[in-house]
Design a protein around this ligand. Structure first.
Ligand code: HEM
Ligand code: HEM
Ligand SMILES: [Fe+2]
Length: 445
């Protein structure tokens, strides 16, 4: 750590890990409900659990990205963060908005729009929070000595992510119109601007960990940004197939979304190539594993499993089934969960001055969580394919099919237990690191 203000990152990571733990609890509630044990139904019905699960996911990831940005921007810009006090105010307000929204969902204070359940009045608080965050980041960059490509790509991702939240706040009475613009947020986030955030963090970590020249790494970053935009923007069409949007989206969405895996492939090749080129001297092997891991698993989860149902001929059958959950889990985990874990693994030793990465725990956490998540993805895939066959080809009723596929959720819950053990060990290590100290300044390799 080079600047005292980078320590702010720690508290964002702590909030992130807390919300992830809650997210997992709601995942289990749904896993058991799918097995037929919906005992909490009167207090937490499935739809509430689902909204809480996915919204907590988004907030812990955002909190992780913000933490990473508060660490990266001062170091890249060579300047202290302009105000640490406001960063803490931003942290607290983020936590408050998150908690109010989540509690509200339990009392039916929400909008039933998947991923955008936060009621419009609360959205304004989200906007204020994000403006404060961006203000701090942009001002720090502006006052800094350097503006590197890495910091600019990361900042561009964060600014566009904020702007793209706005189309989701426009009010439409028409369901199709509402859906149309909802995807500008959901799709253009995960298959557009969040990829820039991921690319920026990935580039920063690779520069630090592999020791390869910044120029080489940043050249790749341009290629990834290019591929992301070329494919991802019109790729939004893969959500417009059967929602009442014009027919031309079938062909546009099909072609461009089929190109989207290229950006993720680019990221995977990039990370592996930089690793092979690098010096392999950096002692923090755990951070390296999460960094390479995120590039590779995101290609599988987002790229390949996205491709699996992105053509209109396939999506006609799979839309709205557990096939989506299969892809949603490995994509979110691989691309965004793992990049947050990579950032934490690299930054914690530097902020605290404690080098705990040599213990076996880090390795165990990595393998258990990833094997667990791959198992969960497989269970969702089996359930999803069976569901498509029985419901859409044999014509059985939705509820009857859900009874038939209960067995897959036993496997899901078992694999989720592995995953949770891995994450639990990771969080245990995070707690063991303790709080950051000023003695850690300039000590890091
Ligand atoms: C470890 C425990 C977890 C369990 C048991 C679990 C289980 C579930 C279940 C049962 C659903 C609902 C599927 C349906 O609609 O019927 C769901 C949805 C979802 N979960 Fe999880 N989950 C867990 C962790 C995670 C993690 C760590 C992530 C992300 C990194 C995640 C991302 C998602 C997403 C994105 C959805 C919505 C999928 C869609 O739109 O179809 N879950 N989860
Ligand atoms: C990291 C990147 C990605 C993440 C986190 C992600 C996550 C998700 C999630 C959560 C959904 C369900 C959304 C909802 O119903 O509200 C979804 C849907 C979908 N994704 Fe992705 N995705 C990613 C990349 C991709 C890519 C690259 C492709 C194509 C190659 C793809 C293809 C699809 C398709 C076709 C659907 C629609 C499923 C349906 O409703 O029929 N995704 N994705
Ligand atoms: Fe999409």
């Amino acid at each position: 750590m080079k600047y005292k203000s980078q320590k702010v990152a720690y508290w964002f990571f702590a909030l992130s890990m807390l919300l992830l733990s809650l997210q997992i609890i709601y995942g289990f509630i749904m896993g058991f409900a799918h097995m037929g044990y919906d005992n909490l139904h009167d207090f937490i019905p499935f739809n509430t659990a689902r909204a809480v699960h996915t919204n907590l996911l988004v907030v812990w990831l955002l909190s992780g990205f913000m933490g990473a940005a508060y660490y990266i921007i001062p170091e890249e810009a060579e300047n202290e963060l302009v105000s640490v006090k406001w960063a803490y105010i931003q942290l607290i307000s983020l936590a408050v908005v998150g908690v109010v929204a989540i509690v509200g969902y339990h009392f039916n204070y929400w909008e039933g729009r998947k991923f955008l359940e936060i009621p419009r009045p609360l959205d304004w608080l989200v906007v204020a929070n994000v403006l404060l965050f961006l203000g701090l980041i942009l001002f720090t960059l502006y006052k800094g000595k350097k503006r590197t490509t890495t910091s600019l790509v990361l900042t561009m991702g964060l600014v566009f992510a904020a702007l793209l939240y706005l189309p989701g706040m426009i009010w439409f009475d028409n369901q199709t119109m509402d859906s149309f613009f909802r995807w500008w947020v959901v799709h253009l986030w995960v298959e557009g601007v969040w990829e820039l955030i991921m690319g920026g963090i990935l580039a920063f970590l690779l520069i630090k960990i592999t020791g390869v020249d910044r120029e080489v790494i940043e050249k790749w970053l341009y290629v990834i940004v290019g591929l992301t935009f070329i494919s991802g923007i019109l790729g939004t069409g893969h959500h417009y197939y059967y929602i009442g949007a014009p027919k031309y989206w079938l062909i546009i969405g099909g072609i461009f979304s089929a190109l989207e895996p290229l950006a993720f492939l680019g990221m995977a090749l990039f990370a592996v190539a930089m690793y092979r080129k690098g010096e392999k001297k950096h002692p923090n092997k755990i951070a390296l594993m999460w960094t390479l891991g995120t590039a590779i698993v995101s290609f599988v989860g987002a790229g390949l499993l996205g491709l699996a149902h992105t053509l209109p001929q396939v999506n006609l059958w799979t839309h709205g089934t557990l096939v989506t959950a299969m892809h949603g889990h490995l994509a979110f985990w691989g691309a965004y969960g793992m990049i947050v874990f990579a950032a934490i693994s690299y930054m914690m030793p530097n902020m605290t001055g404690r080098k705990l990465y040599d213990s076996g725990n880090g390795l165990t956490a990595f393998w258990l969580s990833n094997i667990g998540m791959i198992g969960m993805t497989t269970a969702f895939a089996a359930a999803g394919v069976a569901q498509v066959y029985m419901e859409r080809i044999m014509g059985l009723e939705f509820g009857d099919v859900q009874n038939e596929i209960q067995v897959h959720f036993l496997i899901l819950v078992l694999c989720a237990t592995l995953f949770t053990t891995g994450v639990g060990i990771f969080i245990y290590e995070f707690i063991r690191y303790g709080q950051p100290t000023d003695e850690a300044l300039e000590q890091h390799p």
